[in-house]
Design a protein around this ligand. Sequence first.
Ligand code: PMP
Length: 438
Amino acid sequence: LQTPFLSLPLQAKMSRPVQARRLEGIDKNIWVEFVKLAATYSKVNLGQGFPDFPAPEFLQEALKRALGGGNHMLHQYTRAFGHPPLVTALAQLFEKVLGRELDPMTNVMVTVGAYQALFCCFQAFVDEGDEVIIIEPFFDCYEPMVKMAGGTPVFVPLRPKAPKDGKLMSSADWQLDPAELASKFSERTKAIVLNSPNNPLGKVFSRGELELIAELCVEHDVLCVSDEVYEWLVYDRRELTRIASLPGMWDRTVIIGSAGKTFSATGWKVGWTVGPDRLLRHVRTVHQNSVYHCATIAQEAVAQGFQRELTLFGKPESYFVQLPRALQQKRDLLIQSLVDVGMKPIVPEGTYFLVADISEFKSDVPEVPNSDEPYDYRFTKWMMKNKGLAAIPLSAFYSEAHKNNYTNFIRFCFAKEESTLKAANDILQKWKKEKTSS
Ligand code: PMP
């Protein structure tokens, strides 16, 4: 006997829309295309942001101990909002940097990378119709995450001012226009996303700039999602000012961090949020009902990494001192190689990225007929295919409305082995020779 169900054709056509409305317009992603192109064409990849050197020995040892050290419970679930040793170590560290007492159980929550911390914040705070201010250029996931939460991103660009003395530009020369920033705040503004040190520019916001943002947040009763994943990567003896430490800001700020950046282990995907319970309780609700928790064993190893750092805090042996020192040298090496070939790097004050001006190369890069692809995209693809060097176009870090104003720059990542940076330098020196001989 045939049931009515079995008599249906095998491929009954679905006519209803499959995609949820919240995904409209956010299904394109630069990384998919550029990661593939880099893998196909480049000999040296300074595009995607991750170190190609090993995570520190002490962290690797901690993971080995966690894995086989006899505590088999480290293979099981742990506390949903963060493995107790990790939230305890994070609370101790942030007590030092913020100068306030913290409760590890209510002021800290562990996430699956900073990525999930961001996602939880937007889901927890943003309603349909809320506006969220995003400073451009920005880490590209902020925009789709705000949209998925039903919010409207409102963009405000850092505006470059070329130094008069003919010196290389610094990321500090990219600044907010105070009046323009103020004009973006309204009664619809729910939050602002701050990313200092900033990916992709490497800008470390000055105390004055943060005070301006803080005053506007307090005046308009706005929350601050402060993405501080590059908190230890600050150069030239600069100090990072934490917006949460400014008057009126603790109560309205969630700090986001990442063990991936802190301990050069991006694949572990351990991140965290730090903030007042009145905010974190809602972030916990999203986390509890989506991801639940991050791998116990990775949290245990990161906790041990932090315990080591707490005992060495401020000392020369601290990884938080050694890593930026090593990266600053790598930064300076890459800057010199880029200057040699005729690019104009913008010296980053922090992060492991640097942005370079490529406007000198317009005549080298062929136009693509019938294409409105921006110059920085065309240049990056041309460089990958013809020189074997991968980078990322800067306009990918801008909103659709503003990206055409910033097409003369590309981003490099310099968290790379000396041999990788040397290979990049070889490419750039060969390129320089070809230029001078043509
Ligand atoms: N924020 C910024 C500014 C980043 O650059 C990144 C990673 N590139 C993240 C968040 C995500 O960090 P995680 O790998 O810990 O998820």
